[in-house]
Design a protein. Structure first.
Length: 243
């Protein structure tokens, strides 16, 4: 049972597993997203420089795949906990699918960015909403750069391997952890615990003596780092665990 007392501060980390029951493929499960794609081909700046059309095909397919996809009971359970805890709650998600915000989560950090935004790969125009699933063979160009006479590719506004996570993410997480002090509690949901710096959050919590829970379909690489592990589907386990 995830017991919280009136001073508990809950830091939650989610990964692709919490969106699986909404029909969004995970990365490393059979039939996952990376199948047929070497990670560095489609989710690294080098891969984008080498073959922008392949990268835009990969992300356009994921944008198209979000049509009709809705949040599930796992996302909704976290909205309810946020409502009860207020500023003693912070959700960090590795997911770029936008489903937590769609479910109503507000105290959220999308540490790896968001699939439904694009930005210019060259100029410093602000990232902008972009749900377009570009046709194969099309890589969108920046209109601002074009007007200035230079050709520059747009890119999805997400964090690729080898790139620093979203700028204000780590400072916001550190501020929350500092404010929580010994009352910090950590809950990870649906993540294989392989990708840093997100996978290191459980160690941050343990270093402060905070209790940590994991809800996952099967034991991930860093299962040993958690005080309690509840195996099962997030949509089943979370509503019970957080009741
Ligand atoms: C960086 C965006 C530095 C793209 C992604 C040590 C320290 C720091 C960095 C590193 C380090 N060691 C290595 C690195 C480099 C690298 C890294 O961690 N590599 C790993 C592979 C070894 N890290 C980085 O490059 C990061 N950047 O460190 O920059 C820096 C600093 C300053 C200046 C320059 C550089 C950036 C990492 C971000 C990469 N981008 N995504 C996209 O989404 O396409 S990561 C990608 O993997 C996704 O975001 C995804 O969310 C993430 C993690 O995967 P999971 O979410 O865990 O999904 P997965 O499928 O793996 O697992 C799902 C789990 O759910 C499974 O366990 C399954 O059992 C479970 N499950 C399934 N169904 C359910 C379920 N659970 C519950 N219910 C269910 N129904």
């Amino acid at each position: 049972m995830l017991t919280l007392d009136p001073s508990s501060h809950l830091l939650v980390l989610t990964g692709a597993g919490i969106s699986a029951e909404s029909g969004v493929p995970t990365f490393r499960d059979a039939g996952g997203l990376w199948e047929g794609h070497d990670v560095h081909e489609v989710a690294s700046p080098e891969g984008f420089a080498r073959d922008p059309l392949l990268v835009w095909k990969f992300y356009s397919e994921r944008r198209a795949g979000m049509t009709g996809v809705a949040p599930n009971a796992g996302h909704r359970a976290l909205v309810e906990v946020e409502r009860r805890l207020g500023d003693r709650f912070l959700l960090v998600t590795q997911n770029i699918d936008g489903l937590h915000a769609a479910a109503g989560s507000e105290r959220i950090i999308e540490i790896h960015g968001n699939l439904m935004r694009s930005r210019c790969s060259v100029c410093d125009r602000a990232p902008f909403a972009d749900t377009t699933a570009y046709r194969a063979g099309v890589a969108p160009m920046c209109g601002v750069c074009q007007r200035a006479g230079t050709d520059a590719l747009l890119r999805p506004d997400i964090v690729w391997f080898g790139e620093p996570v979203v700028a204000d993410a780590l400072p916001r997480i550190e501020a929350f952890v500092a404010r929580a002090g010994k009352d910090l509690r950590f809950l990870a949901i649906g993540t294989s615990g392989l990708v840093y710096p997100a996978a290191g959050l459980v160690d941050v919590c343990r270093a402060r003596g905070g209790k940590s829970w994991l809800v996952n379909l099967e034991p991930p690489a860093n299962a040993h780092a958690f005080d309690e592990v509840a195996l099962g589907k997030a949509g089943d386990v979370l509503p019970r665990l957080l009741a």
